[in-house]
Design a protein around this ligand. Structure first.
Ligand code: DGL
Length: 278
């Protein structure tokens, strides 16, 4: 840590971000925008995606490995940019590491509560996230008068990982999953999996106007800004390699879809690692 001329502390260590695949880039995109000087190390566990249909034990094991991998870099904060990992593993692993760890549930819930007028919030997520009831419990604690309706959408992650974002197939699947939430007249939906904002256009078309969509990755990035501000640990300069990405499977596939999503060419910045070693 350095003391800058204006007496502000500078902490140029990187923020570590991980997800089971591409979805966590929703948080990275927002972090790049809100905190342009921060260094980011991203890990997408593309070789083991999806997490959301696996047992809690497996997800917890994967999350330990993901964090241990990121801690090989000079990391000041870990962002669990995955609804499933945040819902199932965060509370269990948080105490086992010294580094601060933030997840996506709380920031998304706070935003949804601030947006709803009808006090009817829909939550969509992976089967593990929905079974964990993490979002439902968090809303009940923060706003007991709000009614919640949740729905697992297991086909959404494979659609995103295969680039099926706004086509007929995506629309049919979304109709099937979202119909029950439409019937319940929710006015706000938490896209409780960080992959889902890539399907935002499709979800919007199916739900119709007047339904607000909450992007947990983006909300978490805003929360990170507040966190660094409180701790006075903003970075004051970006390193030469400001953004580094690691995956556990094909680099080419991640570069292709990642560039599309970040609207930024990803070339020679993605490396493949063997996550089983961590
Ligand atoms: N982005 C992850 C999440 O937020 C994807 C889930 C998965 O890998 O199944 O839940």
């Amino acid at each position: 840590m350095r003391i800058e001329k204006n007496n502000q502390k500078a902490d140029n260590r990187a923020i570590g971000v991980f997800d089971s695949g591409l979805g966590g880039l929703t948080a990275v995109k927002e972090l790049m925008h809100t905190l342009p000087k921060e260094n980011i190390v991203y890990f997408g566990d593309t070789g083991r995606v999806p997490y959301g249909t696996r047992s809690n034990e497996t997800i917890i094991k994967y999350v330990h490995q993901d964090i241990r991998f990121l801690l090989n870099f000079n990391i000041k904060l870990i962002v669990v940019a995955c609804g499933t990992a945040s819902s199932v593993a965060l509370e269990k692993v948080r105490t086992q590491f010294e580094v601060p760890i933030v997840g996506v549930v709380k920031p998304a819930v706070e935003k949804a509560i601030s947006l709803t007028h009808s006090k009817r919030i829909g939550i969509i997520g992976t089967p593990s996230t929905i079974n964990s009831k993490s979002y439902v419990r968090s809303i009940a604690q923060m706003a007991p008068d709000v009614k919640t309706f949740d729905k697992a959408c297991p086909l959404f992650v494979p659609l995103v990982e295969n680039g099926y974002l706004d086509n007929q197939v995506a629309r049919l699947v979304a109709q099937e999953y979202l119909e029950p939430l439409k019937k319940e007249r929710v006015d706000t939906i938490i896209m409780g999996c960080t992959h889902y904002p890539l399907l935002k256009e499709t979800i919007c078309k199916v739900m119709g106007e007047g339904v607000a969509l909450v992007d947990p990755g983006a909300e978490t990035a805003k929360y990170v800004k507040t966190f660094l501000d409180e701790k006075k640990t903003f970075a004051h300069e970006a390193s030469k390699q400001q953004y580094r990405y690691f995956v556990s499977d094909s680099i080419a596939h991640f570069e292709e879809l990642g560039s599309l999503f970040l609207q930024k060419k990803m070339q020679n910045c993605v490396e493949k690692i063997d996550i089983e070693q961590y």
